[in-house]
Design a protein around this ligand. Structure first.
Ligand code: SF4
Ligand code: SF4
Length: 314
């Protein structure tokens, strides 16, 4: 259990939360529309593009470690800790028209002709209008949903920045390059459920561990599950999507080839099972046993399918 790392994470999101009035305009979903209508690339557009770029390698770590809205919401956990498990699609219903409006404005302006990072920026408390918009965002969009709907409801349902990072991570998974991710070692799991309880995004983490699929569009890579698991069954890892692990390890076909055929009529021999145990999740192996019938071609096909399904599960 690593409490220190979570203390550091919580301190970071509290600091950014206190800096929120200073940075709100740089994250504003409104000023980017106005700037685009004048053909200006403003600070918020630059930051949204940076979030997207970072997510190609860091997933939604911004949401877990940096976002000013995170500090506010996680502070509310002390008073209200209702899990949120549905309605993730709502943010897309908001995001698609919003991004469409930005594009339409930019097209109408004849494209972007100027970069002004500080366009319509300043302290959110400098004048009455800025103060009102800050308080509306803080209380109506962030704090109220956290009380009324549940933990990090803003992140699940309303955030206009999250889709950039979900798309970025989806691209990374498609193209299968290395990035920061979680990996499970389910042979160590005791099913205590602590990881799920600690997850600020209310994800069914112990189910994910059992299935060996740690990819989830709502995972913010906060590491709360990593640090809560006393068994070390979840780790951070720099590598390809955890389900891709199966391709990498199972492409070690020497191991597979040499053992397929030694089976007991159910597909794969015990020796194969034990050799694969450290690399394969049991559900994956069981699936292979059920689908291969001792045929190495089918075995490889099944592994690849397993992997594609896993990587694209979210
Ligand atoms: S992964 Fe760790 S914390 Fe989660 S259920 Fe298993 S043993 Fe418990
Ligand atoms: S699954 Fe783990 S890393 Fe992802 S949001 Fe939940 S606690 Fe954080």
């Amino acid at each position: 259990m690593n409490r220190q790392r979570q203390r550091v994470r919580k301190a970071m999101i509290l600091v950014t939360f206190f800096a929120f009035p200073a940075v709100l305009h740089y994250l504003s979903p409104v000023s980017v529309i106005e700037a685009s209508s004048r053909g200006i690339v403003n600070g918020s557009l630059v930051l949204f593009l940076l979030m997207f770029t970072a997510s190609l390698f860091l997933g939604r770590a911004y949401c877990g470690w940096v976002c000013p809205g995170a500090g506010c919401q996680e502070s509310i956990f002390a008073a209200r800790e209702k899990p949120v498990t549905r309605g993730y699609y709502v943010k897309w219903l908001l995001w698609v028209p919003w991004i469409g409006t930005i594009i339409a404005m930019a097209v109408r302006a004849g494209g972007y002709g100027k970069v002004d990072f500080f366009y319509q920026t300043g302290l959110s408390m400098a004048d009455i209008h800025s103060l009102i918009s800050y308080l509306v965002v803080l209380f109506l969009l962030i704090a109220l949903p956290a009380f009324a709907v549940g933990k990090r409801s803003f992140c699940h349902h309303l955030c206009w920045m999250a889709p950039f990072m979900i798309i970025g991570r989806g691209i990374r998974n498609r193209l299968r390059w290395s990035a920061l991710q979680l990996r499970s070692r389910n042979e160590l799991c005791t099913q205590c459920g602590t990881c799920s309880k600690q997850c600020p995004m209310s994800l069914p983490v112990h189910d994910m561990v059992n299935q060996g699929i740690m990819e989830h569009a709502e995972c913010i890579l906060c590491g709360a599950c990593v640090d809560a698991c006393s068994r070390g069954a979840i780790i951070y890892e720099w590598g390809r999507c955890s389900s891709n692990k199966k391709i990498t390890t199972c492409s070690d076909s020497i191991s597979l080839d040499s053992h397929v055929g030694e089976g007991d009529g159910n597909g794969i021999a015990w020796t194969t099972k034990s050799r694969l145990r450290s690399d394969f999740q049991p559900h994956s192996l069981q699936s292979l046993i059920n689908t291969t019938d001792g045929n190495i071609k089918n075995l490889k096909r099944a592994e690849k399918q397993q992997c594609v399904n896993g990587c694209n599960a979210n």
